[in-house]
Design a protein around this ligand. Sequence first.
Ligand code: GDD
Length: 318
Amino acid sequence: MKAFITGIAGFAGSFLAEHLLAYGMEVSGTVRNTSKEDHIRHLLPYIRLHACDLRDKAAVNNAIREAKPDYIFHLAAQSDVPSSWQHSIETLYNNFACQTHLLEAVRTYRADCKILIAGSSEQYGYVKPDELPVKETNPFRPLNPYAISKITQEHIGYQYYKSYGLQIVTVRAFHHTGPRRGENFVTSSFAKQIAEIESGLKAPVLYVGNLEAKRDFLDVRDVARAYRLALECCDSGEAYNVASGRSMSIREVLGILLSLTDSDIDIQVEASRLRPADSAEVSGDYSKLHSKTGWKPEIAIEQTMADLLNYWRAKITS
Ligand SMILES: Nc1nc2c(ncn2[C@@H]2O[C@H](COP(=O)(O)OP(=O)(O)O[C@H]3O[C@H](CO)[C@@H](O)[C@H](O)[C@@H]3O)[C@@H](O)[C@H]2O)c(=O)[nH]1
């Protein structure tokens, strides 16, 4: 089987590439900038890269023609919520154009391949307490431009499924983290600050935003497995939550990270880390995915946080 990952050098893309290789697939994918391949440097002998900005229609056509994939995992996107407020039009344009170019290329050159679209729990946005854990049937009440772009991506997928019969599955992934996570996201921001404090690079003050928000945390390696199973076993035209079913506050996750260090650290709220709107609590019901694939999360949050902190410790001292 030939798998093709858009955004293969990204956080989730790199773990998905490892997972698919271990599963015996031939793996290729797109990178925008070939000099920024840190996350997949160790995989370079085993994968094929296509230098391709998905906003460039001709480049996407070439990549799909060359790769001839059986499976496509569409992960590349502008995925940062705070930037989506600052750059709302770019976020919508980027996530819309990249996916449309990809689906047009598939329709023209590879109509029988299966495509997974990476959606997000942010699509649910504001969730009422009696709706938790949310099912796929819950209404979308988006709270930021990124969420709107992900809803749009899901709708484009549905439209191509109905209009042209493309085999498209959408996953709505809940908050996932682990080693290689970008430092703009909450757990990585905290873990990096702790590693910097431990090594004396930073005063012992850890800056935070809204600690009361509750999120459904997953390990990226569990998510990679879910993506592969979803594409192999799930129904086209349908969307599936990838979630743990439980929520935990950001304060609790910070507590886990702090329990892993001997440093004495002060916590300070930094106004720039607060958002115009933030879902108070989100957790997802993953029974629809489980019934099709048998998937359930396996890696405990304590393990994920230990691996993430060790990742930053190694990166800072290297
Ligand atoms: N980034 C950040 N977030 C903080 C901080 N302190 C508290 N938070 C809170 O931590 C939560 C998670 O923020 P992020 O890690 O930035 O991620 P996100 O906005 O939930 O989005 C991520 O998860 C989505 C799926 O749930 C993804 O779709 C999205 O692309 C991204 O990976 C939010 O409620 C945010 O307000 C901080 O210092 N930094």
